[in-house]
Design a protein around this ligand. Structure first.
Ligand code: B12
Length: 426
């Protein structure tokens, strides 16, 4: 009898974890973990707090490399954030990710300080003040200084660090859910709904939102519905790059893992097909694949951790440009609506960034500039025309009329096509 119960128990456990028990899944997790760890080595620029967070939430660790990266965060990233702060620009999202990354390494956040004016303030105080600024800005112009994704990250980082988030700050997020204010350009931002869900769930768990508990519950229910209706027939929620965050949000909201099986399988299918090359993409989906959400940072202990993740030396990959060419037309549509079309042939599999460089070299008047971000180069200026976040404008990328789901450094040109760069207001 006892054995029977045990067998049934094990079967029940296996069926409640349908996504994580095969050897091939383990291989995939190992390989994604290694990709993230390797991305730390190639990083010429600033250390990436989102990658750190994902590595720390993982079951597998390389404690030496994670420790070195932590040092780079508290020096290089810290100094960069200090200079942005001194310049007065908003940096809610990056401060929040920095706090989450440090917390995931069990770093004492009270010892992390910035100089503001002639005073020294802790990271969490600075973040709290950034949130106040964001809140004031919403009251005045119905949108945050940065965006609601970063606003949610701010609420989440404060909340998981045990800071009571101002009711008015939370209320602005609840209202934004109610008014369906989460946009990505001109479409809905599923990533933002997912991040807001984690933030609001954390606030709910903390029991600190005394303003109107029913409103908070309604917002969470509405987000859950919104996320569920974003599911595509292939299992993804939103698109390939939002699904990891959506699964994280469901886990945070207490949805059983078994209900996320189709979407976890969709992520794994895409990962095996090499869809996720960008470390940022991996950093947002790896916690979900390991059935964790950013909320688990709250209870993270750094004792007795695995230390088995090792990187085998890899031979340098020499990419020989393909001799097959693809014909690319690049259309630039300025804010006044004028359109200029350029044509060029590029080796098949070139990135859009490589194609734009080639186009610039041809010297036919085309120029462009980009700004670095956690996702890689963000196209910010084309033919001298800047599309700025402060003006609610950006250079929208599309191919044959379909919006790209990757940026200029990741999108590969595989067939003849027309790329449109359009200065778009949102
Ligand atoms: C807000 C947002 C935008 C806003 C940013 C301005 C604003 N209002 O703040 C706008 C609308 C301009 C935007 C544009 C684009 N976005 Co966007 N964006 C986001 C979102 C929801 C949050 C980014 C953020 O604030 N992160 C937090 C801060 C701390 O990180 P950060 O790196 O400092 O943030 C900056 C960069 O992320 C940059 N940025 C925003 N989007 C993108 C996309 C790429 C490819 C790059 C390199 C940079 C970049 O703007 C942020 C604010 O300054 C993310 C969702 C996500 N899962 O990350 C999608 C996301 C990053 N965007 C995405 C995409 C595809 C785009 C576009 C390429 C869409 C298009 N077809 O044109 C363009 C970028 C084109 C270009 N000019 O290079 C994808 C990227 C997927 C991928 N594999 O690369 C994401 C993941 C959404 C998704 N699930 O598809 N985006």
């Amino acid at each position: 009898m006892y054995h029977l119960v045990l067998v049934f128990g094990l079967l029940a456990l296996a069926s409640s974890l349908p996504c994580d028990n095969s050897a091939s899944n383990h291989e995939l997790l190992l390989s994604l973990n290694k990709d993230l760890l390797r991305s730390l080595e190639g990083q010429e620029g600033l250390p990436n707090p989102s990658v750190h967070l994902a590595l720390r939430l993982s079951h597998l660790h390389n404690l030496l490399k994670e420790g070195e990266h932590l040092n780079r965060l508290t020096t290089n990233l810290h100094n960069d954030l200090q200079s942005v702060l001194s310049g007065g620009q908003p940096l809610t999202g990056r401060l929040a990710l920095y706090a989450l990354a440090l917390k995931s390494s069990c770093y004492d956040l009270n010892t992390v300080t910035f100089t503001v004016g002639d005073k020294s303030e802790t990271l969490l105080t600075v973040l709290k003040k950034q949130m106040e600024r964001e809140k004031e800005y919403i009251a005045f112009s119905q949108r945050p200084l940065t965006n609601y994704y970063q606003y949610s990250l701010g609420v989440l980082a404060l909340c998981v660090s045990g800071i009571r988030v101002n009711n008015h700050v939370v209320n602005k997020l609840i209202k934004a859910v109610e008014h369906e204010d989460f946009q990505h350009g001109n479409s809905e931002s599923i990533d933002t709904y997912a991040m807001a869900a984690m933030a609001l769930q954390c606030v709910k768990n903390s029991g600190s939102y005394v303003h109107n508990a029913v409103e908070l519950d309604t917002a969470l229910t509405n987000i859950k519905e919104k996320l569920l209706t974003s599911q595509r027939s292939d299992g993804h929620f939103g698109n390939e790059f939002s699904t990891g965050l959506v699964v994280q949000a469901f886990l945070a909201m207490g949805v059983p893992v078994s209900e996320c099986a189709a979407s976890l399988e969709a992520i794994r299918r895409d990962a095996r097909g090499n869809k996720y090359q960008n470390p940022m993409a991996i950093s947002q989906l790896l916690p979900a694949l390991q059935q964790k959400s950013y909320l688990t940072v709250q209870s993270k202990s750094c004792l007795n951790e695995d230390n088995t993740l090792v990187l085998e030396p890899t031979d340098p990959v020499v990419v020989v440009p393909s001799t097959t060419k693809v014909a690319v037309m690049v259309e630039v549509v300025t804010s006044s609506g004028t359109s200029t079309v350029y044509s060029l042939d590029v080796p098949k599999e070139s990135t859009l960034l490589e194609a734009l460089h080639l186009l610039k070299e041809i010297n036919n008047g085309f120029t462009f500039e980009n700004e670095s971000s956690l996702w890689g180069p963000f196209l910010s200026v084309v033919n001298g025309e800047r599309a700025r976040q402060s003006d609610r404008k950006y250079w929208h990328l599309s191919s044959d009329g379909t919006s790209l789901t990757e940026g200029i450094a990741d999108y590969k040109l595989k067939v003849d096509q027309k790329i449109t760069l359009k200065n778009t207001s949102y």
